[in-house]
Design a binder for this molecule. Structure first.
Ligand SMILES: Nc1ncnc2c1ncn2[C@@H]1O[C@H](COP(=O)(O)OP(=O)(O)OP(=O)(O)O)[C@@H](O)[C@H]1O
Ligand SMILES: [Mg+2]
Length: 321
């Protein structure tokens, strides 16, 4: 399938501020990310809290400006724009918020929030809006009567479904799902994942699926990128990446993940949680890596093909012949 959303050398700086005496430097939350998401696939992004997943999503959407690099949408370069133009150009990319409650205005009934999206697309007739909203609520598995409720009158699972309904009314091609199952119990999680698959097939969507729940990513994603401190350190087909991870960080993440089969999780990741304010020289994972040697502390490894279709940024991973 052709690429629908891509990035090359994408770098994002956050929090730089001018102060009375000089400037406070920002942090580089996304640092040289290359991605290519094919139409129709579910592409996972995993990594510890703070590694830059949401920042990457906001930048692809055009809500956060990139410092450098390129973003492509449907074969066109769409980066380098001011924020209003960027959002307009990237209307085909929509975002389902990490915190579904925060994405809904507490003073607006669900129906009014959904009508707003329709109005953007020129559907302003009240009767037609009501019909389309009811249809979409049914499509996401909700009772159309929920249109009269306020966000605080909904469960977390219902809020997520409303969040999906709202963006689907905007007719996106790519949907960025930020932690779509976080905070849901297992049965609701399974229902949300089933719904996501149905909606993908029905509306011809492509998903960028951000999560730190590896068991979920393994089940639903076609390909996965693993991020560490703003960089992609490994990328490949989900089956391969989970069955034979090549980067020590991916191996450590997998070992530390809670297991569904009830077996005890392995040791948690060694060392301090990483900070963007003090990125280690060389390979940024080296202070926490059991395999690290002097070379790793000196030279940052490039993301290279280590087996067909599989990329790894580690001096110790074997390169493809
Ligand atoms: N406005 C800001 N100014 C400075 N630093 C920021 C700002 N927003 C986020 N950060 C930092 O940028 C880094 C990346 O944040 P981001 O929200 O993208 O992480 P994440 O991978 O989505 O984490 P989580 O899994 O917890 O959602 C974090 O270290 C965060 O502290
Ligand atoms: Mg996040």
């Amino acid at each position: 399938m052709p690429e629908i959303l891509g990035a090359a050398g994408l770098t994002v700086e956050l929090g730089a501020r001018r102060r009375l005496f000089g400037t406070r430097p920002g942090v580089r939350a996304v640092d040289g990310v290359d991605l290519s998401v094919a139409a129709g696939e579910t592409f996972g992004i995993v990594g510890e809290s703070g590694c830059g997943k949401t920042t990457l999503a906001r930048t692809l959407l055009g809500l956060q400006r990139e410092a450098s690099g390129e973003i492509r949408l449907g074969g066109l370069v769409v980066s380098g724009q001011d924020s209003a133009t960027a959002r307009r150009q990237r209307a085909a990319v929509q975002y389902v918020h990490q915190d579904p409650g925060a994405a809904l205005d507490p003073w607006w009934q669900v129906g009014a929030a959904l009508a707003e999206g329709l109005a953007i697309h020129g559907v302003t007739d009240r009767a037609e809006q009501r019909i389309r909203i009811a249809e979409m609520l049914v499509a996401v598995g909700l009772d159309p009567a929920l249109a009269n409720r306020y966000p605080h009158e909904l469960s977390g699972g219902q809020q997520r479904r409303i969040g999906l309904a709202r963006i689907l009314l905007l007719r996106p091609k790519v949907v960025i799902l930020d932690e779509p199952t976080a905070g849901l119990d297992l049965s609701v999680q399974a229902a949300v994942l089933r719904l996501l698959r149905e909606l993908r097939d029905r509306f011809g969507l492509t998903y960028l699926f951000i999560s730190h729940d590896l068991s979920v990513v393994r089940r639903v994603c076609d390909r996965v990128a693993v991020m560490y401190l703003g960089r992609v350190v490994e990328q490949g087909r989900a089956e391969t990446l989970f069955a034979a991870p090549q980067h020590p960080y991916t191996r450590a993440l997998l070992a530390a993940a809670p297991r569904l089969d009830g077996a005890a999780a392995g040791p948690s990741l060694p060392g301090d949680p990483p900070s963007l304010r003090a990125i280690p020289a060389g390979c940024r994972f080296h202070p926490r890596c059991a395999q690290a040697d002097a070379g790793c502390a000196r030279l940052e490894p490039a993301l290279v093909e280590t087996s067909p279709g599989h990329l790894t940024a580690c001096h110790h991973a074997r390169r493809a012949a």
